[in-house]
Design a protein around this ligand. Structure first.
Ligand SMILES: [Fe+2]
Length: 330
């Protein structure tokens, strides 16, 4: 079975091709929209995706050595995400499915992040720490669905770091050589600045931390402030991950989303998992960030369980929570 997947929830348009036998991922190509200034403009991002999408489909098919006729289905990221971006991906997927007469599979974006991590790590039932610009969510498998243990009550971890960097003038670009500028800027600091740690039960709040860090920037050693910012934020995320492990009794952890590429965060998760006798394995950045391969792979799992929709039934949901999604293979 071979499935093509399209990802377009936010600033990345990605196309991946997955198969049900090794090497499983046949192609995974993507292109990211970078706004000239400020945050993401949904309609401009959607225009970017519409421009690059068809080229990426061609490129992915070429890399995989697959003709569209050979596909067993077309999957797309149906939410959660930005409306105009989601619709662009859905329209592409619907057109491909209708033209070639293939089943169409709407996939939940958060679920796809976790499923590609399960594939890569070989873990059966991992606690998932999902950290990206817009999302920060800690979940674990339950029966036929995932349970959300904790999540951010305001902004995502990536948004915290990017907003801080933009406000103090050390970005964009926010990531240089795979490392966030906030981490880079902390180099040489002997100790972190003392910033407010806000874990409320199992939920996280980053906006107070952002405000405090911006204030501290004006009066304290800047390296210490950057150190304090990432260290506090990463510790908060890891603490909720640890609670999810303790509550669920599970023994595996995965780290997914755009911020999962941080070696410092990976190291913290690894230490925490080790202390609890649990396993952690980092996954490659191109599978951790928003990408088409994760959508293709999750679409393939659904097709194996007989789940698909007709092209005219294609939908998108800007708010589609992970814990609302039926997962027949769990
Ligand atoms: Fe994502």
């Amino acid at each position: 079975m071979i499935v093509l997947g399209i990802e377009s929830t936010a600033h990345t348009i990605g196309v991946g091709i997955a198969a049900d036998e090794e090497p499983y991922i046949l192609a995974n190509v993507m292109k990211t929209y970078v706004p000239k200034e400020g945050g993401i403009h949904p309609r401009e991002a959607a225009r970017h995706h519409a421009e690059w999408g068809p080229r990426l489909v061609k490129e992915a098919l070429g890399r995989a050595g697959v003709r569209p006729e050979d596909l067993d289905g077309v999957a797309y990221s149906a939410g959660p995400g930005l409306g105009p971006c989601l619709r662009t991906g859905a329209v592409m997927a619907r057109a491909l499915a209708a033209f070639y007469g293939k089943p169409l599979v709407p996939v939940n974006h958060s679920l796809a992040h976790i499923e590609i991590a399960r594939l890569w790590t070989g873990f059966e039932r991992p606690v998932a720490i999902y950290v990206s610009g817009g999302s920060t969510m800690i979940s674990a498998p339950a029966v036929r669905r995932y349970r959300v243990y904790g999540e951010t009550l305001d902004i995502g971890l990536g948004n915290l770091l990017d907003t801080f960097a933009r406000e103090v003038g050390i970005g964009p670009p926010f990531v240089k050589g795979g490392v966030h500028v906030v981490e880079l800027c902390s180099e040489g600091a002997e100790e972190p600045a003392d910033l407010p740690y806000a874990v409320q039960g199992v939920d996280l709040s980053f906006s107070g931390l952002l405000t405090a860090a911006l204030k501290a920037w004006k009066r304290e050693d800047r390296r210490k402030v950057c150190y304090g910012l990432w260290e506090t934020a990463y510790d908060m995320v890891v603490e909720v991950g640890e609670r999810a492990l303790a509550h669920s009794g599970l023994r595996e952890v995965v780290l997914v989303g755009g911020v999962a590429g941080s070696r410092r965060l990976q190291r913290k998760v690894e230490l925490m998992a080790g202390e609890r006798g649990s396993s952690f394995k980092p996954i490659p950045y191109d599978l951790a960030r928003d990408n088409g391969a994760m959508i293709a792979w999750t679409g393939l799992l659904y097709l194996k369980h007989g789940v698909s929709v007709r092209p005219e039934e294609a939908f998108v949901r800007q708010r589609w929570r992970l814990d609302e999604v039926e997962v027949p293979w769990l």
